[in-house]
Write a protein that binds this ligand. Structure first.
Ligand SMILES: Nc1ncnc2c1ncn2[C@@H]1O[C@H](COP(=O)(O)OP(=O)(O)O)[C@@H](O)[C@H]1O
Ligand SMILES: Nc1ccn([C@@H]2O[C@H](COP(=O)(O)OP(=O)(O)O)[C@@H](O)[C@H]2O)c(=O)n1
Length: 670
């Protein structure tokens, strides 16, 4: 993990498309262990390849189990019938709870000497309740650091023959899962009594369903006790398919609900054994339109475009509930997610992490021991009309996120994936995005495929080529916002001259650039509370602008200010580096030019119309000087980049130029 890495997500306009989900982590790791504990071979298809499943695969291989890759996420596991060939081993299991807990139980009952360790966070995640239960069966397990926490030392033991064992169910359901999966190794009847209210019950359903696929029927009394009968042995099912990950589905379904949709996930559906498919039903309670087939689910925005807050007990969807917390940003009202105490002992303290990061994007959040309450930004507060899409409800200007700071992800894959949804409100930076490798290494690529960012038309070119005129006309035609980026450099030159800052004092100019308070109101521009007059359009100001624009720190200081203009439904912008630096992912890039002579004549006419004095020869000289400076500087020089279309207006009128851009956009628009 490299916390200094980040991914910048552009502001998103809509979501549409379909995603084939990676295999479920919970099912993958259970299947691998059960296949290893079985007699015979199992072909596992659609296995998830991720950090957590890699830890389980490595662990099993270290224990002498043969696992062969068949390609295309298929593996052949040759089971050892519960008797691991390697009797002395050290296992490192990263932060994979679904590997650590079940392996602890299986190894404790298997008669070898093993140490199990993980990353620092794994050593903070409690395991005492499982160890206590295993000790109740006679297992010899010692804590190598702190009591109740990994790392662990397991030694061969004389097992006690106890007919029943109890385990707490209210901290992590993985303790019960681990015990149940290991009990058939004892070869006698044992009953597990659950103490306390069992949390995350759907994960126990997955455990029972998987054990059944491997030939073991667990007798149960509701959620209170579970019995594995004498003579139960795991039998390899031959071939088994891993379902798509239902928790991973939640991000895409929420994207469909927030960004219009339809977004379809393939790999889970009505026939799924994973509890997290019930997330779709909870999203429907927020107003989303949901359709479901045996092996797919599809989500769209509510009919009226607005998600509604909910008050929900999330015991049945502990992981996917995190997605609801971020969806709550886009809902009217206050959402309360209850019964989520288990969030506190996951990859990180998820209640605290979620609260901290949601506040960064402007939400009002209340954090409790086992609940979180989130108030997003309602359309009433923002004056958004009824028929706008849900994505427009979160007004980007209301966001208090400092893009340079970004969203922290706490080495928690779900934090990273959840917060990608916040980009429906505003551009967002996600720190350490590679933590998604825990369960979904290609997440951001897949997310980009089904989301459409707010479109940008970037028009770059030399002075007086007609960029501003064409850009404004195109913006009007499309109903998009318009940014005259040159105005920012002109305003900086104006402010510098006003404050007596030298036009080559890079540090002072960069400071001034980041402090400037700029408001565009139609044709009128305000700088630090005062309207700016026609002097902004004069060549003296333009020459000053071109000088300050050559300074790297100035350009860096103005970068975020320019990107802030990218708002739904779209942006048309003109300048020198719009397509190359400021909006490199622009939908359409145009390099607009004309001969220097024509440009000087146009500028002359333009200045005359404004009643300003000028001479064509002087203007031609100024334009050439500026062209030279703008193209030769090292910071974001003016150039026609290969991905920009050339539009030479020397012999074109404005209407023709506008048509060229509109046609180009129509061909590229999402
Ligand atoms: N294709 C064109 N043909 C003729 N005149 C144009 C054309 N495009 C723009 N103009 C005129 O040239 C002048 C300079 O255009 P402007 O948009 O200010 O250029 P820039 O933003 O590139 O400096 C404006 O008065 C505009 O009406
Ligand atoms: N994106 C931009 C826009 C303007 N600029 C600088 O700011 C100066 C004035 O820009 P402008 O767009 O207002 O100038 P004109 O093209 O309208 O003459 C340019 O000569 C550039 O040096 C820039 O460097 N990058």
């Amino acid at each position: 993990m490299n916390p200094s890495e980040f991914i910048n997500l552009p502001p998103l306009l809509s979501a549409r498309g379909s995603v084939r989900l990676p295999g479920s982590k919970s099912i993958s790791n259970r299947v691998l262990l059960l296949a290893a504990l079985s007699g015979g071979t199992t072909i596992v298809r659609d296995l998830l390849r991720s950090d957590d499943t890699d830890r389980m695969l490595e662990g099993l291989q270290t224990l002498g189990v043969t696992v062969e890759s068949l390609g295309n996420n298929a593996y052949k596991v040759t089971g050892c019938g519960g008797d691991f060939p390697v009797k002395n081993a050290e296992l490192f299991l990263g932060n994979a709870g679904t590997a650590f807990r079940p392996l602890t139980a299986a190894l404790a009952l298997s008669g070898g000497s093993y140490t199990l360790s993980g990353v620092a966070r794994m050593h903070e995640r409690p395991i005492g309740d499982l160890v206590d239960a295993l000790r109740g069966l006679g297992a010899d397990i010692a804590y190598l650091a702190n009591d109740g926490f990994p790392p662990l030392q397991i030694k061969p033991a004389t097992l006690s023959g106890a007919a029943s064992v109890s385990v707490r169910g209210d901290v992590s359901s993985q303790f019960l899962t681990a015990l149940l999966m290991a009990l058939p190794l004892l070869g006698r009847t044992v009953t597990v009594e659950v103490i306390g209210e069992l949390i995350s019950k759907p994960y126990i359903e997955i455990t029972l369903a998987m054990m059944a696929r491997f030939g073991i029927v667990v007798l149960r009394d509701g959620w209170k006790s579970f019995t594995v009968a004498a003579g139960s042995r795991y039998v390899a099912p031959g071939e088994i398919y891993v379902e798509g990950d239902a928790s991973s589905a939640s991000y895409f379904l929420a994207a469909g609900a927030i960004g219009g949709g339809p977004v379809r996930v393939e790999g889970v559906g009505r026939g799924s054994i994973q509890g997290d498919v019930r997330f779709a039903g909870e999203l429907a309670k927020m107003g989303a339109q949901i359709e479901m087939g045996d092996n797919w689910i599809e989500a769209r925005a509510p009919v009226n475009g607005k998600l509604q807050a909910i008050d929900l007990d999330c015991n049945h969807i502990p992981d996917a509930a995190m997605t609801l917390a971020v969806a709550a940003l886009f809902a009217n009202g206050t959402t309360t997610l209850r019964n989520i105490a288990s969030w506190r002992v996951k990859e990180t303290d998820r209640i605290h992490a979620m609260a901290t990061e949601l506040r960064k994007v402007g939400a009002l959040v209340e954090e409790g021991a086992d609940y979180i309450r989130i108030t997003g930004l309602s359309s009433e507060e923002l004056g958004v009309s009824e028929n706008r899409s849900a994505a427009s409800i979160l007004n980007p200007q209301s966001s208090i996120l400092n893009p340079a700071a970004g969203i922290d992800t706490y080495d928690d894959h779900r934090m990273a994936m959840c917060f990608s949804l916040a980009a429906f409100g505003n551009a967002i930076r996600i720190n350490d995005p590679r933590c998604v490798a825990k369960t979904f290494p290609d997440y951001f690529t897949e997310f980009a495929k089904v989301t459409q960012s707010v479109p940008v038309i970037a028009i770059d070119g030399p002075s007086a080529s007609g960029k501003g005129t064409v850009a404004q006309r195109v913006a009007n035609e499309l109903g998009f916002h318009y940014l005259d980026s040159g105005a920012l450099y002109r305003l900086l030159a104006t402010a510098a001259m006003r404050d007596g800052v030298a036009l080559d004092d890079e540090v002072a100019l960069a400071g001034l650039a980041s402090r400037m308070d700029i408001v565009f109101k139609g044709e009128q521009i305000w700088l630090d509370g005062a309207p700016v007059g026609d002097e902004l359009r004069g060549e003296a100001c333009a020459a000053g602008a071109s000088k300050v624009a050559a300074l790297h720190q100035v350009r860096a200081a103005l970068l975020a200010k320019q990107r802030d203009f990218r708002k739904a439904p779209g942006l048309v912008t003109d300048g020198r580096d719009m397509g190359s630096v400021v909006f490199p992912d622009a939908t359409l890039k145009i390099f607009l030019t004309a001969s220097a002579q024509i440009r000087a004549e146009r500028r002359y006419k333009q200045l005359k119309e404004k009643g300003m004095d000028a001479k064509i020869a002087d203007l031609l000289q100024d334009i050439r000087a500026r062209d030279e400076r703008d193209t030769q500087r090292s910071a974001a020089p003016l150039q026609q980049y290969p991905d920009a279309s050339l539009l030479d207006t020397t012999t074109l009128d404005v209407d023709q130029a506008v048509k060229f851009v509109l046609n180009g956009y129509q061909c590229k628009a999402p």
